[in-house]
Design a protein around this ligand. Structure first.
Ligand SMILES: *[C@@H]1O[C@H](CO)[C@@H](O)[C@H](O)[C@H]1NC(C)=O
Ligand SMILES: *[C@@H]1O[C@H](CO)[C@@H](O)[C@H](O)[C@H]1NC(C)=O
Ligand SMILES: *[C@@H]1O[C@H](CO)[C@@H](O)[C@H](O)[C@H]1NC(C)=O
Length: 445
């Protein structure tokens, strides 16, 4: 402690009286300034407070002096916090934002709030309630009293951060503020607050015609099953990414919504698959026709098979079997599920197609050999030139269709094998005339 301070403390009571009396009379700011500086230098805050109260609170010519008001409050913050609130309320000419921030730094939150409120800096006031007092209920009451958009926005952001989605959205709507739309959407997704999200996005869309907002609004309509709203929305001019939202609805199993969306963007391939999920098979087949892609035909076909809609499955299948490299897949799909009859019907219907190919004739022959041996002979007689003979030979042998085996060896000009087969299986394959005929051919080789 400096010598001056010690001396000051010693005599301060006496001096103060003298000084106060003297100062209450003075009109000269210089007198005040010198005196205050002396008290500050001497580090006598309580005495300084008493002195300043005399000057500032009791009406004197210096009552409104900004620096003195600041000094009184700041000294109280340092030396006697209980007095701060009173000064804040009684004085009017201090540097409010600076003093408030110093109050916050000294944990005098209610005092800071009081300053901001008094000077109508409502956004700063509510920020104190949110950040420092940590009381969203009070913040809400305050926002309601101000009813100022910026204040609602701040409250909304705080509520959102706390996961109070409904409350946050109410506040954002009162603020008419769409700016935090990404955060709102993300949080509302986590909490599945779809109804609230619709309300929010309807507000947001009026303010900002963003693709993101409109896309999310469509998705939220789907989530709330508001399909009429969804339909109306997409049939009007909009900036939504309808394809993307359609995919999302599809992935989330919202097929009715996906149907509307794929329809709008004429994505018939996706529409067809969507209709399969909705068990609208006729529509799915129509969609596949418009999509005109083998992949879609296959997806719809297999779905129809799963649902045992064989008539429709066949309509799709006819577009598949003409592709030689797709045939095996299709056959396996039917066969693995035991639908041999339906598969045979499909291939029979396909033989007449312009694009019928060897694979189809061959596979049908093999199927006959396994499941309908009675039809094998006629098929071979009509189409032996269009089948892959070695493959069908193996099938006939496996199925013990000896007469058909002989027939095929003959056509394949393997006469010795034909003869051997005939002799090995005389009861089924022996025919006198035929035997003689073939034997002649064997000799000629
Ligand atoms: C702040 O809120 C008060 C009500 O508490 C209101 O009278 C005042 O107009 C608001 N200030 C501004 C700048 O909107
Ligand atoms: C898709 O939506 C647009 C508006 O964005 C509309 O003009 C169009 O008619 C719709 N198309 C279909 C097939 O619904
Ligand atoms: C279907 O697609 C093929 C090519 O894969 C094309 O040649 C044909 O014209 C298309 N048909 C229709 C009706 O669009």
């Amino acid at each position: 402690m400096g010598l001056l301070t010690i001396w000051f403390k010693h005599v301060s009571g006496f001096i103060l009286q003298v000084v106060q009396t003297a100062l209450s009379e003075t009109q000269d700011p210089e007198d005040i300034s010198v005196t205050v500086k002396a008290f500050m230098t001497a580090d006598l805050p309580n005495e300084l407070i008493e002195l300043l109260e005399k000057i500032v609170l009791d009406s004197s010519v210096f009552s409104d002096h900004r620096n003195l008001q600041n000094l009184l409050i700041l000294t109280a913050i340092k030396a006697d916090r209980t007095r701060v609130m009173e000064y804040i309320n009684r004085l009017d000419n201090y540097d409010a934002p600076d003093i408030a921030n110093i109050a916050i730094n000294n944990q005098l939150y209610e005092e800071a709030f009081a300053i901001f409120k008094k000077f109508d800096v409502n956004t700063s006031a509510i920020q104190v309630l949110i950040d420092n007092v940590n009381n969203l209920d009070r913040a809400y009451e305050f926002a309601e009293r101000c009813n100022e958009p910026a204040v609602w926005s701040q409250l909304a952001k705080a509520q959102l951060q706390q996961g109070l989605v409904k409350e946050a959205i109410d506040s954002f709507i009162k603020a008419d503020d769409p700016s935090a739309y990404m955060d709102v959407v993300e949080t509302a997704h986590k909490t599945e607050s779809w109804e609230d999200l619709v309300r929010y996005l309807q507000m947001a869309r009026k303010k900002a015609r963003e693709s993101y907002i409109e896309s999310e609004l469509i998705y939220a309509y789907a989530r709330t099953n508001r399909l009429a709203d969804l339909e109306e929305f997409i049939s009007g001019p909009n900036h939504a990414d309808i394809q993307k939202i359609g995919d999302r609805c599809f992935d989330d199993g919202m097929y009715e919504a996906a149907k509307l969306l794929y329809n709008n963007v004429s994505n018939f391939a996706r529409l067809a698959i969507t209709l399969v999920h909705l068990k609208e098979f006729q529509g799915a087949v129509d969609g596949a026709r418009k999509a005109n892609s083998t992949r879609t035909w296959k997806e719809v076909c297999f779905a129809c098979v799963d649902s045992e809609e064989f008539r429709l499955a066949q309509m799709c299948g006819l577009h598949i079997v003409v592709h030689a490299d797709e045939l095996e897949d299709l056959i396996n799909y039917y066969q693995d599920r035991g639908y041999f009859e339906e598969l045979i019907n499909l291939l029979e219907a396909a033989l007449g197609l312009e694009r019928a190919h060897m694979g189809m004739f061959t596979e049908l022959a093999i199927l006959y050999s396994k499941y309908k041996p009675a039809k094998m002979r006629e098929h071979l007689e009509l189409f032996w030139s269009r089948v892959n003979i070695p493959k069908v030979l193996r099938a006939a042998e496996q199925a013990h269709l000896w007469a058909e085996l002989v027939f095929l060896y003959d056509k394949y000009e393997e006469y010795d094998n034909a003869v051997i087969a005939m002799m090995n299986h005389p009861s089924e394959a022996w025919r006198e005339g035929h035997f003689k005929d073939i034997i002649t051919k064997v000799r000629n080789f």
